[in-house]
Design a protein around this ligand. Structure first.
Ligand SMILES: N[C@@H](CCC(=O)N[C@@H](CS)C(=O)NCC(=O)O)C(=O)O
Length: 206
C-alpha cells in the first residue's frame, strides 16, 4: 500500500491523492504540514529535505515534488490511459502541469493567503486585486484551451486535468468575485464528478 504524507488542504497533496485514486491504488494518508506540523522531524527531513508536502512512499521508493509523483503514479499504474507513451502526446499534458506549478499556483496561493487564510502581508486590497487580475488572466488562457478541447491535453481525461483541476477547484470555490467562463465550468464539473476527484478536493477551500 502507498503512504502519502500531507494535509488535504494542500493543493499539491490533493493532486497526489487524486492521482492515486485514478490509478486505483490504495493508500494511507498521514496529516502533516500546516497546523499539523511534523515537517521538521529527522524522519520527515530524511524523506524530503525541502521540508514540504506531499511525500509519497511506494515500497522502498520515497518521492517528493507533486507533479513528479503524479507522473510516477500514472506511468506505473495507468499507462495507456492517463499516461501517454508517445512523447509528442505526453508533452501536451506536461506543459500544463508545469504551467500550473509555475504560473497558476503562485497566483492562487497569494489569493488564498489574502482572502481565506488572511495572512499578514497578503490582505492589502491592492495585493488581492493584483493576484485576482493574475488569476483572471490565467483562467482566460485555460478557457481558450478548453473552448477547443474537452480535456486539457485532448479528447481524454489525463494527468494534466488532475494537476490543473486542483487549481481550478481552488479558484472556483474561493470567496472572490470572478468572471464566469463556461468552458472552464463545463470541464471542472466533468472532472470533479470523478470519484477520485471528490475524495481529493475538500470544501471549503482552506
Ligand atoms: N513544488 C512542490 C511544492 C510543495 C509545497 O509548496 N508544499 C507546501 C504545501 S502546498 C508545503 O509543504 N507547505 C508547508 C506546510 O504545509 O506546512 C510540489 O509541487 O510538491
Amino acid at each position: 500500500m502507498l503512504t502519502i504524507w500531507g494535509r488535504l488542504s494542500s493543493i499539491n497533496v490533493q493532486k497526489v491523492v487524486w492521482a492515486a485514486g485514478e490509478a486505483g491504488q490504495a493508500f494511507e494518508r498521514i496529516d502533516v504540514g500546516g497546523p499539523f506540523g511534523g515537517l521538521d522531524t529527522p524522519e520527515f527531513l530524511a524523506m524530503n529535505p525541502n521540508r514540504q508536502i506531499p511525500v509519497l512512499r511506494d515500497g522502498t521508493l520515497v518521492l517528493w515534488e507533486s507533479n513528479s509523483i503524479v507522473r510516477y503514479l500514472v506511468a506505473r499504474h495507468a499507462s495507456g490511459e492517463l499516461w501517454e507513451e508517445d512523447p509528442a502526446r505526453r508533452v501536451l499534458a506536461d506543459r500544463w502541469m508545469d504551467w500550473t506549478n509555475t504560473s497558476l499556483q503562485p497566483a492562487l496561493a497569494r489569493l488564498l493567503w489574502g482572502v481565506v487564510r488572511k495572512l499578514p502581508g497578503f490582505t492589502d486590497p491592492n495585493v488581492i486585486a493584483e493576484s485576482l487580475a493574475q488569476g483572471e488572466a490565467l483562467m482566460e488562457i485555460l478557457a481558450a484551451q478548453l473552448d477547443d478541447s474537452p480535456y486539457l491535453a485532448g479528447e481524454r481525461f489525463g494527468m494534466a486535468d488532475i494537476a490543473v483541476g486542483c487549481g481550478a477547484h481552488r479558484w472556483l470555490h474561493m470567496p472572490i468575485e470572478r468572471i464566469e467562463r463556461p468552458a472552464v465550468r463545463r470541464w471542472y464539473e466533468a472532472i470533479h464528478a470523478r470519484p477520485a476527484a471528490r475524495a481529493a478536493l475538500p470544501l471549503p477551500v482552506a
